[in-house]
Design a protein around this ligand. Sequence first.
Ligand SMILES: [Zn+2]
Length: 297
Amino acid sequence: MSLHARLLSCLLLSLLPLAAVARDAAPAADWRRQVADISAGHDTAGRAAAITARLDRLGIAWQREPFSQDGQSGINLVADLGGPEGAPLLLLGAHYDRVEIGHGATDNASGVAAVIELARALHRQPLARHRARIVFWDLEEKGLLGSRAWVATPGRERPALYVNFDVYGWGDTLWMMTLRQDDPLAAALRPLVAARGLQLVAGERYPPTDHLPFQRAGWPAVSFSRVEGTEIEGILQVFAGQQPATPPKVMQVIHSPGDTLAALDAAHLEASVQVLEQALRQWDRRGPAAAAPAASP
Ligand SMILES: [Zn+2]
């Protein structure tokens, strides 16, 4: 063994434990890798395979739930994370399909990967007073078909809360859709977000996505995006059919050839997932009463 090789092997050996720690405790890196894996899928099946491979590695059992809605067929992916038997249900979800153009990295591999980071935490340490389940929706881009089919299924369990994620790509702002002025999850989030140097913008104005079928059924639901706070007004203007003076980044990236990993930024990702986990655990400890009243249909 030459001196050079010995030095090299010493260096590699000294780096190994660091690498092992980093792999286990780097939600930002894992999120980014997961977004890359999903975005590399050539079709919905490829994207699903990237998601289920990750769930397998985390030891989270999952299943396919095929559905038909509006004459189209798709497959939602479902996994239970544990929690006390018979307790009310906390449902977390994100759509994993994409439009034809681009790679669906921001819209919505970013949201799927955020749900997986939360799932990892809630699987490792289940909630005290709720069962937790995750669902990845198919055919959101065709008219919220996966989530609509889910809610329309006879006998479907009404969740204590559905928490949706759509567009979770960059920025220091958690943009939260909620119908409730006194939303307990928003109340839990506010101090946590402030302590981490993040922003929370919570309210009713928000683009249409998979929280809507739940709210239309009168089931409690909220939705989160991670963006720059300065983009929000412009995004709402675009969805209202107006042309903002400065086009927001989100509207330039999604549904375009530029919806690739390159548009994403993992800064603030870790803090944003940690405050969400902490807020959900606080919401959980308040118990089933925190879920009432339901949103009006
Ligand atoms: Zn989307």
